[in-house]
Ligand binder design. Sequence first.
Ligand SMILES: Nc1ncnc2c1ncn2[C@@H]1O[C@H](COP(=O)(O)OP(=O)(O)OP(=O)(O)O)[C@@H](O)[C@H]1O
Ligand SMILES: O[C@H]1[C@H](O)[C@@H](O)[C@H](O)[C@@H](O)[C@H]1O
Length: 389
Amino acid sequence: MPPAAEQDDAHEEGENQQLMMTTTTKGGPAPEGLVVGSYCHDVLIRGGRVVGETLGGAAAFVSNVLDAAAPRGEEQGEEAPFVVVSKVGDDFAYASAPAPARRPPLVCASPTTSFHAQFSDAAASAHAPDRELRLVCACDPIYPADLPDRRFAYGLAVGVAGEVLPETLERMIRLCRAVLVDAQALIRAFDGDGAVGHVALEDTPYARLLPRVAFLKASSEEAPYVGVETARRRCCVIVTEGRDGCRLYWDGGEACVAPFPAVQVDPTGAGDSFLAGFAAGLLWGLSATDAALLGNFFGAAAVAQVGVPTFHPKMLQALKEILEENTTEYSPCMNGTTFSFERSNVHHELHTALQEVARLMSEQQQADPANGNGGDICSTQELNSSRTA
Ligand SMILES: Nc1ncnc2c1ncn2[C@@H]1O[C@H](COP(=O)(O)OP(=O)(O)OP(=O)(O)O)[C@@H](O)[C@H]1O
Ligand SMILES: O[C@H]1[C@H](O)[C@@H](O)[C@H](O)[C@@H](O)[C@H]1O
């Protein structure tokens, strides 16, 4: 007997089933998500010296943003409805940090995934890599059997060290109606020293799954390995462009979405926070191009703080009001067989309102940089030399 959640797979195959997501009227339960990818240890190094140690892993940044911005139904209490499947070792140092404390990882015999991020002293340009990453330890992969045996409205595949296996992504696609994937989960390769490189997506076993993925996000560094022109015929591709914002490419159209201003102190987690903000925007019922504004908003918020950012409750309240004003139903753009991609008539208003919140947030951080440091041990001052305008 197949697991309960897979019993009706047979009739769904060939129906592009993950593009089907029912509309939920506001006031009803908000759609539940599945986030797959491991938390990790990030060691930040500059000039041969450790300048910070922080919680990392896309799952940590993603949980943080979904908790801040995903809609939640009145009955669903304080926490946004999503499950995280993540693996760490018993050396994991951040079990009591908010994201892992709320959604604890599976603890296994291998050590926690750990990255050394080497920051260059040269001022980062918008697209050049501003750090070199080296994988120092890799925890166990996440297997299909590690995923819960039930259905989810949406899934986020956000591995950092190849832990989301092709068969795990395939199972996510079966369990979730819409799957959003970070290309870094699919195309990273590590040399003998752990240095992070990339392989062409087309040469990986993930390529055949693309037509069943809703959105694929890649950084501008990863985009050439994704092959945007081929990939956009299979799913919507979003390329993030650092302080220049992002671009969306779908079959038949594309859009450029403006960034928000930020004083960058640590670029880590910008892409992760972008993807979660984008997913939250879709969940609120925005079109993909409008949802990318929320992605850019959270990407900018991420770079302004070291490690997983903290958000001021007043900022979150303002954001909720803006989203409630500009949307009518959860996920109406995910019904039927097509997403809505185009810029809508709320785009401009949404951008202006979010810009005002971003401005207040940035003023607050400038006035009290300790606020923005989220309690991490890395000195903002030390990383400030990588500031971008
Ligand atoms: N300096 C910045 N100013 C404003 N917004 C930024 C800045 N850097 C990044 N962002 C926002 O964050 C998004 C993601 O950034 P980026 O393209 O650098 O991702 P990334 O390279 O995948 O990041 P990471 O691997 O560190 O998570 C951008 O599309 C943009 O919206
Ligand atoms: O914590 C970070 C973050 O999740 C980044 O997005 C990823 O590129 C790094 O590998 C990871 O260490």
